[in-house]
Write a protein that binds this ligand. Structure first.
Ligand code: GGG
Length: 348
């Protein structure tokens, strides 16, 4: 029987609550299938760890994580106790150090879910967010503390980095409706985003069965609302992808439903799976967080481990539960986190 080691990094706030439920679902499907084994290692990192040890993660956290087959992540952030950039830093570092350069964020409107748009049509697209460089490159500094202080933060886009994420997007588009939209702002960001345009021009002829277009990020934000059904695969830089996927989550029912996978396509390092949402301090501890985004992320983890049947079983459970009207408060319902998971388990 194949056995896989999975690191669980729940983090802060509702990250812990939804991780518990995602692991429950993984254990359930593992029992149901009986053909694979998942060994979970819980990592107590995050804000509480910081106040015990003086840092959010131990010094050797990348070494510790390297040995796993996959990482499951909850959410980070506890702004009342610790600045957000301190809690987020290890996550960004993991994505970069482990070359998880393709952040895959599906946006699909499921039956039974209320869409905030009036005539949405069928919404089923995937945003591939460049995840290892761009605006998150952590390149810059601050000088002259005081009234004349200056902060510089430089985005770093490399030809290699842009090309590999575009190729990932094209390969994905080949398996779907064969449309790819590249998001830039190359009318204003005339160095970095024109590099994206140039790389698209170079790569595109190799994928001539894929229809390609390009949109500036402001137009794309409008079109996500105006005509979301027209998108299939969307490729964007790190920050643009992050912003657009909150919007994408909102139009398919809310961030409580939005999963993601931070993929190292070459499989040299473990990939990391997490809900798109953050730690939601406003509802943390109340037991009412929507576990669906985390559970759907768990399905993406199983897909990545090539446990396709188990992943499909989870998706069927989620889709049936939502179609039957199961809903947490963010979806307009009254179920708590555990009750929502109970129903998903019954539907699997
Ligand atoms: N589950 C993801 C999470 O905690 N996200 C917090 C956040 O602010 N992330 C920013 C990012 O993904 O770039």
């Amino acid at each position: 029987m194949n056995s896989y080691r999975v690191a669980i990094y729940p983090g802060d706030g509702i990250g812990k609550e939804v991780c518990d439920q995602a692991v429950r679902v993984l254990q359930h499907v593992q029992r149901q299938e009986g053909s694979f084994q998942l060994q979970f290692s819980w990592l107590p990192w995050g804000c509480d760890y910081y106040f015990q040890h003086g840092s959010v993660v131990p010094d050797d956290y990348l070494e510790q994580l390297k040995v796993f087959d996959a990482i499951f992540f909850g959410a980070v952030g506890d702004p009342g106790r610790l600045a957000d950039h301190v809690t987020l830093k290890p996550l960004v570092k993991i994505r970069q150090a482990f070359n998880q350069y393709a952040c895959v964020r599906p946006a699909k409107l499921l039956s039974g879910v209320r869409c905030p748009l009036v005539n949405p049509g069928e919404i089923d697209f995937v945003v591939v967010r460049e995840n290892s460089e761009g605006e998150y490159a952590s390149c810059g500094g601050r000088v002259n503390p005081g009234p004349e202080e200056v902060a510089v933060q430089t985005a770093v886009h490399t030809r290699r980095g842009v090309e590999r994420v575009l190729r990932y997007g094209f390969e994905l588009a080949r398996t779907r409706r064969k449309r790819l939209t590249m998001i830039t702002k190359s009318n204003a960001l005339t160095y970095s985003m024109v590099l994206w345009d140039d790389v698209l021009d170079q790569v595109m002829p190799e994928y001539d069965e894929v229809t390609t277009d390009r949109q500036h990020v402001d137009a794309a934000a409008m079109n996500f609302v105006r005509c979301p059904h027209e998108f299939d695969v969307v490729v964007a830089s790190n920050l643009f992808g992050d912003i657009l996927t909150d919007l994408a989550g909102a139009i398919v029912g809310g961030l409580g439903l939005a999963p993601s996978a931070n993929i190292n396509p070459e499989r040299v390092f473990p990939s990391l799976f997490e809900p798109v949402h953050g730690s939601a301090p406003d509802i943390a501890g109340q037991g009412i967080a929507n576990p669906v985004a985390a559970i759907q992320s768990a399905a993406m983890l199983l897909d990545w481990l090539d446990l396709k049947q188990a992943a499909a079983t989870i998706r069927v459970g989620v889709e049936r539960a939502l179609a039957d009207g199961a809903a947490t408060p963010d979806l307009g319902g009254g179920l708590n986190t555990v009750q929502m998971t109970d129903i998903i388990l019954q539907c699997m």
